[in-house]
Design a protein around this ligand. Sequence first.
Ligand code: AMP
Length: 215
Amino acid sequence: MKIILLGAPGAGKGSVAKQLNELYGAVQISTGDILRSAVQEGTALGKKAKEYMERGDLVPDSIIMEIMEVRLQKPDCKNGFILDGFPRTITQAQELKVIIDRLHIHLDFVINLEVPVDVILERLESRRTCSNPSCQEIYNIKRNPPAEGGTCKKCGHSVIQRADETKEAICNRLETYNSKTAPLIDFYQNEGLLKNVLSLQLPETIAAIKKELNS
Ligand code: AMP
C-alpha cells in the first residue's frame, strides 16, 4: 500500500493512518510528527520550524522536501507507506512526483478525507496529544480522554493541547488549508489518483478505504 492521505487539519488523517498501519503494516509518515519531534528535541530543523508551526503557517517547501526525499528512501518504505500531512502545497506535490518517478515508486491512490467544517472545529478544540515525541498518541477530551491526571494510556507521559490548537492558530491553519492545500484535490483528480472518502466515524472510513483498495 502506497497512498497519500489528504484532508483539512482535524479530518482524521493521523487516526486513519495509524489504523491502516496496524492493518497493512505500511509505515505512517507524518511530516507534522517529524517536525514536532524536532521542535521538542531542539534540533536545527526544530528551531527552523517552530515559529511557523506555532502560528499555524506551513513550514517552507524546501525544508519539507529535504526531509521527505531522505525519508522516502529508508528501507521501511519498501513495504508500503501512508503519507499523512504531506504534500500540502502544489509545489510539494510536483516535487514529490519527480522524486517518486526517480525512485520508481508507484502510488496506489490519494484518499481525500472529507469532513464538514463544524465537525473539524469541534475535533480540533477538544483534541489533546501525548507530549512524548516518539508516541504522539491522539486523545479527545470528550470521546476518548487520556488516563487520570491527563497522562497517556500508552506511555504515561503528559497529554497536552498543542500550541497550534488554540482558536487563533486553528483558524489560521484552516485558512492555510483552503488556500494552499485544497488545490491538491484538483491536482490529484487530474492525475487520476483521487478517491473521496467521508471521514466521520473511523470504522466506516477504514471500511470505505478497504473497499477502494480491493476494487
Ligand atoms: P499536522 O500535524 O500535519 O497538522 O502538522 C502540524 C504543522 O506542521 C502544520 O500546521 C505545519 O506548520 C507543519 N507541517 C506539517 N506538514 C507540513 C507540510 N507538508 N508542509 C508544510 N508544513 C507542514
